[in-house]
Design a protein around this ligand. Sequence first.
Ligand SMILES: [Zn+2]
Length: 265
Amino acid sequence: MSRALLLLTCVVSSLAVAAPEHSPRPGGIAVIDLGAADAAPPAVRYGGKPVLVMQEGERWHAVVGIPLDTAPGTLAIEVEGSDNVFDVAAHAYEEQRLTVKNQSYVTPDQAQLDRIGRERRILDAALNSFRDVTVDDLSLIAPVDGRRSSSFGLRRFFNEQPRSPHKGMDIAAGTGTPIAAPLDGIVTATGDFFFNGKTVIVDHGQGFVTLYCHLSEIAVEEGQAVSTGDTIGLVGATGRVTGPHLHFGTYLNGTAVDPAILIAD
Ligand SMILES: [Zn+2]
């Protein structure tokens, strides 16, 4: 084969790859071959929740979000009622200790706890939505240009009190920077939340959901369809933050996964 033809073959095959890289670690994504795509896609569940199934080449693949608190070892998904087992590797995430000056963010009062509870239910509903449509590509463009932290999974302590681990990627950008939809989808929630500030959630189908927090402005409405590149809001510093940045979250089967696996560079 000539060198030019070999190069062309590589380009074509890399374009044809639509599923994310198999990343079987806590907070990662498992891509599991389910067999030939010569019949309807098999029904897959993990932890009682439906799992995204997509066709790649001539095969069906399950694309499973692995929870951050998963212990290394074997993990089973349910495929048409039978267990399908794969290995989850260990991964060491870092720790960070922060001092937060506004004490109400560390120890919320009862009214704030009530508000946080109401908002949690809205966020959980949107992050767990499952729209049964064909999904053929999960690769994302970066929602804003800027330095991307590798802080997904970071275990944080605010004023020495442990908090849940960081479930997204922080991208440094100035207030007012436009945020682009990284893939086609439908806006399923918007609001101004206690911790997350002004927030947008976009549903890309089959439980693949993206989250944008701390915006200065929201540019979309619930129910609105967005296309890759559309502006969904502007970067800001609303909610519990120390400065302007975008908190970008990616979810599969209701579980936060590392956005770095999904952003195509
Ligand atoms: Zn963040």
